[in-house]
Design a protein around this ligand. Structure first.
Ligand SMILES: [Zn+2]
Length: 132
C-alpha cells in the first residue's frame, strides 16, 4: 500500500454513488488505516532494536578507541636477551615494560624482575617469563 492507493480509496469514499458503496469504501479505508498502523508499529519496533544495537556498537567502538589510545603509549621492544616485549614510549625516569601475552588480551601488565632468576623478567598476570 502506498499513497496512491490511499488516495484512490479516499476518492472512492468521496465519490461513492450510494450508501452501500460508501460503506464499502469506508471499510476499505479503515482496513488500510489498520494496515498502516501495523506498519508503523513494526517500524517502531525495528527502530527500537536498531537503536539498541547502535548503542551497543558505539560502546564497543569507544572501548576499542580507549584501548588503541592506551596501546599507543607502548612500542615493541626486544630485550638484550632476545625477548620481544612492549616498552612505554613516554619519556620518564623509568620506562615501563609490559607483557606481550597480556597485551594480546588487552591488558597492560608490567613485567617484573624474576626474584629466582636474575636474567629473567616474569609477568604477574600470565606467569610467563622473558629473558632480560
Ligand atoms: Zn602476561
Amino acid at each position: 500500500m502506498d499513497v496512491k492507493d490511499i488516495i484512490k480509496i479516499v476518492n472512492n469514499v468521496v465519490n461513492s454513488p450510494d450508501a452501500e458503496a460508501l460503506k464499502a469504501s469506508i471499510l476499505d479505508l479503515d482496513k488500510e488505516i489498520h494496515n498502516l498502523k501495523t506498519q508503523v508499529y513494526d517500524l517502531q519496533t525495528k527502530n527500537f532494536y536498531l537503536e539498541r544495537e547502535n548503542e551497543a556498537l558505539r560502546k564497543k567502538v569507544d572501548i576499542n578507541i580507549q584501548w588503541e589510545n592506551t596501546k599507543a603509549l607502548y612500542e615493541p621492544f626486544q630485550t638484550p636477551g632476545g625477548a620481544l616485549i612492549y616498552r612505554s614510549i613516554k619519556d620518564a625516569p623509568v620506562r615501563l615494560l609490559a607483557c606481550p601475552n597480556c597485551m594480546e588480551e588487552r591488558k597492560i601488565i608490567f613485567i617484573q624482575p624474576d626474584p629466582d632468576f636474575l636474567d629473567r623478567y616474569y609477568c604477574p598476570g600470565c606467569q610467563r617469563w622473558f629473558m632480560k
